[in-house]
Ligand binder design. Structure first.
Ligand SMILES: C[S@@+](CC[C@H](N)C(=O)[O-])C[C@H]1O[C@@H](n2cnc3c(N)ncnc32)[C@H](O)[C@@H]1O
Ligand code: SF4
Length: 382
């Protein structure tokens, strides 16, 4: 048998698909998205996707890789629920063309907007193998939906939450903090989350609003202290209600962490397709990050050295509940500086625990992650 035959191709078992359309554009959104038009239509997206798929196979095979049976799939956007029945069929065809089955044991997520779904559409996605949903609720205070230019009403949000609850579906809620006018209107995030929990989501992702200088409500943003207070209150509240604060912006019931996102945080390979979709391929040494162009099947490529990955790993480990293995940084010979930082961080309440082998951040530490990274750099620990 020659070498070529016995060499098994390595499989990439996670895939992100970016669906770029929304019914209406929220005024704060920083994702690539378009309202469908003659110049950018669903069929032009389908054509682009197919071209990217061909180019993608070449990129993978150049590295001895191919897509294998998927452990995780994430269809994000934009608003993938707008893709409808046609989208679920497109996905099915795409996967069967590659002999990729979605198995019972995998995690396959679709993003849903409360103003852009029907029972029929969700049923089609369920039939195509989707078994988890991520819902853009953002706020359950109706005053904020028009401020953000959301396409849906509060009644739409409740209808969707109720639907998922009644169908007993596994789903996550996107919830935003730091919204404009929060202070002047006295937004009560705990009251909103109390209502959300009645509908039994298994997972909550927090998004602290980030904006550009030109943002329409830039002058109405709350103070940093207000946002920090919201974040810490939410962390406390969700933890008291049985959720694990397992990553800076993510909370889950035990065992319901987002397996797809854990792949990013663990620096495992995640392939991507769709305009502006971003993938990462782990190499034997270093890695390779790529981002698809929005209008053609070319991509921006970013090779990552072993050193760059090592730094990312420190940052990503600190982002998660798993924490940073002390042995990963101690070997650099700057133990004294590290242990004095640990002492300082502990006294400031940034640490969940620094006992044993791993350094785990508290919610206060998560909030100050950037300054913790700065400390590690300044003291030449990483
Ligand atoms: C692709 S969207 C989720 C699905 C759907 N498009 C929706 O909004 O209902 C992903 C998340 O990104 C958040 N997001 C977008 N732009 C943001 C920004 N500038 N700051 C913070 N979060 C943002 C949204 O609020 C949303 O929950
Ligand atoms: S619906 Fe979601 S993706 Fe579309 S503009 Fe709003 S936040 Fe962005």
């Amino acid at each position: 048998m020659n070498d070529k035959k016995i060499k098994l191709e390595s499989e990439v078992r996670s895939l992100y698909i970016h669906f770029p359309f929304c019914k209406h554009i929220c005024n704060y959104c920083d994702f690539f998205k378009k309202v469908p038009s003659d110049s950018y239509s669903l069929s032009s997206f389908h054509n682009l996707f197919k071209k990217q798929d061909v180019a993608h196979e070449k990129i993978l095979s150049k590295r001895g890789l191919r897509l294998g049976s998927l452990e995780t799939l994430y269809v994000g956007g934009g608003t993938p629920s707008l893709w409808g029945k046609e989208g679920s069929q497109f996905l099915k065809k795409f996967l069967s063309g590659k002999a990729l089955e979605l198995s019972k044991n995998g995690e396959y997520t679709l993003e849903v907007n409360p103003g852009t779904w029907t029972d029929e559409v969700i049923s089609h996605w369920l039939k195509s193998g989707i078994n988890r949903f991520s819902v853009g609720i953002q706020s359950l205070d109706k005053r904020f939906l028009p401020i953000l230019d959301r396409v849906h009403t509060l009644e739409d949000s409740f209808e969707l939450l109720n639907y998922f609850r009644l169908k007993n579906l596994n789903y996550s809620v996107d919830f935003m903090l730091g919204l404009p006018y929060s202070e002047s209107l006295g937004r009560d995030v705990i009251k909103e989350l109390n209502q959300i929990l009645l509908y039994k989501p298994s997972h909550i992702s927090l998004y602290i609003l980030t904006t550009k200088e030109s943002y329409v409500h830039q002058k109405e943003l709350p103070r940093d202290d207000w946002v920090a207070d919201e974040y810490l209150k939410v962390s406390n509240f969700l933890t008291e209600n049985g959720f694990n604060h397992y990553e800076v912006s993510n909370f889950s019931l035990p065992g319901r962490e987002s397996r797809h996102n854990l792949k990013y945080w663990n620096l495992d390979s995640v392939a991507a397709l769709g305009p502006s979709g971003t993938g990462f391929l782990k190499g034997a040494v270093g890695g390779f990050r790529y981002k698809w162009n929005v209008h053609d099947s070319n991509m921006k490529e970013e090779p990552l050295s072993e050193r760059e990955l090592e730094l990312e790993k420190v940052y990503l480990n600190l982002r998660t509940f798993k924490g940073l293995g002390l042995s990963d940084v101690v070997s650099r010979g700057n133990d004294k500086a590290l242990f004095s930082l640990i002492k300082e961080w502990r006294s400031k309440g940034y640490l969940r625990s620094a006992e044993g082998e791993r350094l785990r951040l508290s919610s206060k530490g998560f909030l100050l992650l950037d300054s913790i990274m700065d400390d590690l750099f300044r003291e030449k620990i990483i």
